[in-house]
Design a binder for this molecule. Structure first.
Ligand SMILES: Nc1ncnc2c1ncn2[C@@H]1O[C@H](COP(=O)(O)OP(=O)(O)OP(=O)(O)O)[C@@H](O)[C@H]1O
Ligand SMILES: [Mg+2]
Length: 251
């Protein structure tokens, strides 16, 4: 099972990914592979997990390949090297993708990478992906298509519009939407008419979302960010965590 958290830049994707991870860990839905697929790599910092190596850097060295032992194929080499971009924690591992490919042809390396990620993800109960902002990740085929989408928007109209476009793109590429699509309205008060309006825009007038979650602006989340504390250490009763109750459920 692959869950992808998607949305426009700055709407709260990484925050929601971290909060969802926390809910999954609390519910013992483990082991989880958390993937930071955003080139700006913020998930590690929100989780309080130091990241030393990224798959992007490894991809470059694999392409240039100066030190690959002759006894190893590129695929074996990649699996071995990629372990350096994975940090193990209690109940989850964090894999940081890092920067995207630079100039030149990366098709071969990207194919290796996709196979590797497919194999890797299968050894976890679920993979949770904090995606790059926008819609591009949906058309880039470096990872298997997600089985579940968690769409995040804030109060900006473009946030809701980005979701609508992303879902249309996904449907165009794969013929249908994934089995479950949830909507997270971040930074709203419950029963706020604007939240309803945004949900309508994001859905494009069609009944799409399995569930809507309204997450308030939460000072505890802001404090964690300003002092560099992990969102995994939030009090269980913290409003933002409570607001996502149920999102962790597998059905
Ligand atoms: N519910 C919330 N309460 C308080 N602060 C929040 C909340 N949601 C997000 N933030 C803050 O808003 C900022 C942007 O959030 P975040 O980094 O999660 O967005 P993003 O969508 O991942 O951004 P990017 O597209 O740059 O990756 C962060 O400083 C985060 O701490
Ligand atoms: Mg982010």
């Amino acid at each position: 099972m692959i869950i992808a958290v998607i949305g426009k830049g700055g709407v709260g994707k990484t925050t929601v990914t971290a909060l969802l991870l926390r809910r999954l860990l609390d519910s013992k839905i483990t082991p989880i592979l958390a993937i930071d697929a955003d080139p700006s790599s913020c998930l590690g910092s929100m989780l309080g997990v130091p990241v030393a190596e990224t798959l992007g850097r490894l991809r470059d060295s694999l392409r240039d390949d100066p030190n690959r032992p002759a006894s190893l194929s590129k695929s074996e080499w990649l699996s071995l090297m990629a372990e350096e971009a994975i940090v193990e924690r209690n109940g989850f591992d964090l894999l940081t993708m890092g920067h995207p490919e630079g100039e030149g042809c990366y098709c071969f390396v990207n194919n290796l990478l996709r196979d590797y990620l497919d194999r890797l993800a299968r050894s976890y109960r679920l993979a949770l992906v904090d995606c790059e902002a926008g819609q591009e990740h949906i058309s880039r085929r470096t990872a298997r298509r997600p089985d579940r989408l968690v769409c995040v928007t804030n109060r900006s109209r473009m946030g809701a519009e980005t979701i609508r476009r992303s879902l249309a793109l996904y449907e165009g590429l794969h013929g249908k939407l994934p089995a479950r699509v949830d909507l997270v309205l971040n930074g709203f008060e419950p029963d706020e008419p604007l939240a309803k309006e945004m949900a309508g825009t994001a859905a494009g007038g069609v009944f799409i979302f399995a569930q809507r979650y309204i997450v308030p602006i939460d000072p505890e989340v802001s404090i964690c960010e300003s002092i560099g504390r992990s969102l995994l250490e939030l009090d269980r009763e913290t409003p933002a965590l409570q607001a996502l109750r149920g999102l962790e459920q597998e059905q």
